[in-house]
Design a protein around this ligand. Sequence first.
Ligand SMILES: Nc1ncnc2c1ncn2[C@@H]1O[C@H](COP(=O)(O)OP(=O)(O)O)[C@@H](O)[C@H]1O
Ligand SMILES: [Mg+2]
Length: 503
Amino acid sequence: MKVGIDMGTASDGTSVPLDIEELLATRLLVQGNSGSGKSHLLRRLLEQSAPWVQQCIIDPEGDFVTLADKFGHVVIEGERTEAELVGIAGRIRQHRVSCVLSLEGLDIEQQMRSAGIFLNAMFDADRDYWYPVLVVVDEAQMFAPSVAGDVSEEARKISLGAMTNLMCRGRKRGLAGVIATQRLAKLAKNVAAEASNFLMGRTFLDIDMARAADLLGMDRRTAEMFRDLKRGSFVALGPALSRRPLPVTIGHVETSARSTSPKLTPLPQAVADVEDLIFTPDPDELIRPLVRRASAPRPTTDILAELSRPRPEPAAIAEQKAPAPEMPAADREALLDGMLAEILENPDAAFRADAELFQDFLVRCRIRRVPGAPLSLSVFRRKMAVARSGVDPDTAASEIWALALGLSRTVTDDLQGVFLLVAQSAVRGLPCPSDAMIARAYGTHSARRARRLLGYFEEQGLIVVHSDFSGKRIVAFPDLQVETAPGAADALELPVESKSAAE
Ligand SMILES: Nc1ncnc2c1ncn2[C@@H]1O[C@H](COP(=O)(O)OP(=O)(O)O)[C@@H](O)[C@H]1O
Ligand SMILES: [Mg+2]
């Protein structure tokens, strides 16, 4: 049975329905210059369809958080760790709760990362949870740009990959992409091409008009009509909308359509504490390994590492140090550590992606003719994490440090540096690192994110955060039976005492 929602009125005053079930299979692209009424249109669509289908909105401006009050969407702040985002996205699919991923206030690169990680995790959901979800992405050209911008290659890859998955491969998994963009020419072509439904709004630039005409299969002269559209007016075309280009004035928002009986699988009854359901990890999840993306292109670094390896070897062995015959293992180790230290001496290193630093490292290995198999990216990351923690050689040799290293393996690669930075302060009885220092070890400038990281470790039962009477922060490690001295969370970054890279 069809569920048709009412998008607005045609020029003859009749209402223009949108067939949601058809939309799930055929996706929608909305384009129109800024102020043409795209966000209003998306809101109309969301409000009208909220009773029928689960929704997830990727919201760069935080525009859609207001849906929470009336329709019960859970608002997810985008500034979270990868593990948190992955966990939440999984639970969103499992429990079929509508959500708004609000990326307001994050810088563009963080927005791309958070959106990419979140969408990929929704895509990777367990087959049991492949229920239909409308995935609405406003300002989609930000997440699937047609050309590389100023952002890092890593952020662009994650985000573009996720958008491609959503639009090109999401259907089977229940994900139906609805994307809006102000500039068609700025949106990656393959992402735009997968939509079979269009709502075209006011468009000024010839290049966007030409792209729109191509997508809709109309000649460019006819496409001129997009130039004169009023705010809130769009031309609809596609199997879920209309077989011929149909001008429609989008209706008001905050009305609710109560159409006839549903055919889409009914959503579960609203439970009392939705937030609790979504934000509380279930214990199993913490021991479940993170899904590694199979469809993502292999990073260049992996390929480089493989190429410079003398002969194929099992992955397990790659994790070990492979001493070459001519050089004693200890010398080789010292050489590698020296090179890591060199890389870290560059003040920008903290804010560069590990994959990028790894390339630098591999090149140095080749220049110095370091014998044996180069490190894998994951071993490299661990070594960097240790080097970044600033641990001194004496501590590095101690038993308790070995324990700390063991504990650090329970968190994901990208968090190990932060974990070890705090752990080494505790082991040595130094003041707790400030937010600025923690942020730096994570490769960000955001103090808020630093506090979230500690919150996450605490959630995992790895640390206990408390404070002394003057409000200075202390971090205790129950497994190690040590804690840091009190340290001011808001202190400016101090020069790291010991920059030794020795493990
Ligand atoms: N169909 C409409 N009916 C009434 N107001 C509208 C309509 N479409 C847009 N508006 C108003 O016009 C302004 C710009 O619309 P918006 O959706 O934010 O544009 P865009 O997202 O394309 O930049 C908003 O204040 C919005 O409320
Ligand atoms: Mg908008």
